[in-house]
Ligand binder design. Structure first.
Ligand SMILES: [Zn+2]
Length: 303
């Protein structure tokens, strides 16, 4: 049987898992630590090659072969050209032609995908959005990402689309700088640093380092959810999804409940047609990125 290897490249780890076309997983799950601040291109390629070779033995143990490899990486990247451009949490990885280098070393067809896109593919295949053909996943953590599924397919334009975190929010009398050079991007409200700015503005106190701890203050949580709901309504206006999935380290069940309540207020005002029936759910699969990377490889092989 042919298996597909999903790999998740993060700032502190590289993980891999084998799946077949039906979504069955083949253990062991592989996870190895890296130091994203120090990791060089040579070290990264060596680590990826070792992981793929280990998984090759795992596949052989099941009497299977690896058909293709999908790699989920933090952006920015050029998925169509297989290039990781400049992820902020991998400081020495710049303009890396990861697909070309790995294919030369190991010979498997290899495909690159943005980690937010991989997460939504994983949730749409085997997670919170598996009953929906149109879904958007919003990832709230240090950065803010999004992945969009339209009619069952990943929608990313020429390859780099879906940057919901860098669409802007109108907040009267306020200007927040974003790392992308614009003002008042959603990331500057919903990313960890943005949340800390909100905390500082509301309480006139230095915020805790942990975003989840900052969200324990009810007024901070309420303001954060108000910003989040504005961002959700923006993306609903553009894509009219059936389901919004909230994932990432800042998301809590209380946040999801508050967002659902606030969206009901919008629905009862003017946006009923767009918001009727909209499901808002927490992400359920902690390995959605790996699963989505494997699914991306499957989709590309059979496209
Ligand atoms: Zn921005």
């Amino acid at each position: 049987m042919e298996l597909y290897l999903g790999i998740d490249l993060g700032g502190s780890h590289i993980s891999g898992w084998l799946l077949d076309r039906n979504g069955n997983t083949y253990n062991p799950f592989s996870k190895r630590g890296i130091n994203g601040a120090k990791l060089t291109i040579t070290e990264l390629i060596c680590s990826l090659t070792e992981l793929i070779r280990d998984m090759q033995f795992t596949a052989q143990g099941y009497g299977c072969i690896i058909k293709a490899v999908g790699i989920a990486s933090p952006g920015p990247l050029e998925p169509n050209h297989g290039i990781i451009i400049s992820p902020p949490n991998l400081l020495h990885i710049r303009n890396l032609k990861v697909v070309k280098l790995l294919q030369e070393r190991i010979g498997y067809k290899t495909f690159l995908i943005n980690d937010a896109d991989a997460a939504v593919l994983g949730e749409a295949w085997l997670g919170a959005a598996k009953d929906f053909k149109n879904a958007v996943m919003l990832t709230l953590g240090t950065g803010v990402g999004s992945g969009i599924i339209v009619n069952g397919r990943l929608a990313r334009g020429q390859g780099m689309g879906g940057e919901w975190g860098h669409t802007t929010l109108f907040v009267p009398w306020e200007e927040r700088d974003c790392s992308c050079g614009r003002l008042n991007c959603l990331e500057s409200y919903l990313g960890t640093k943005g949340l800390q700015t909100t905390y500082r503005n509301l309480l006139k106190l230095e915020p805790p380092e942990s975003g989840r701890e900052a969200l324990l203050v009810p007024t901070v949580m309420d303001k954060y959810c108000a910003h989040l709901v504005e961002g959700i309504v923006n993306i609903v206006n553009v894509h009219h999804p059936e389901c919004i999935i909230l994932g990432g380290g800042l998301v809590t069940s209380i946040m999801v409940e508050k967002v659902i309540l606030q969206l009901k207020v919008y629905r009862d005002l003017k946006l009923g047609g767009l918001l009727n029936g909209l499901e808002v759910r927490s992400a359920v699969n902690p390995q959605a990125g790996i699963i989505g990377a494997a699914k991306h490889a499957i989709n590309e092989v059979f496209s």
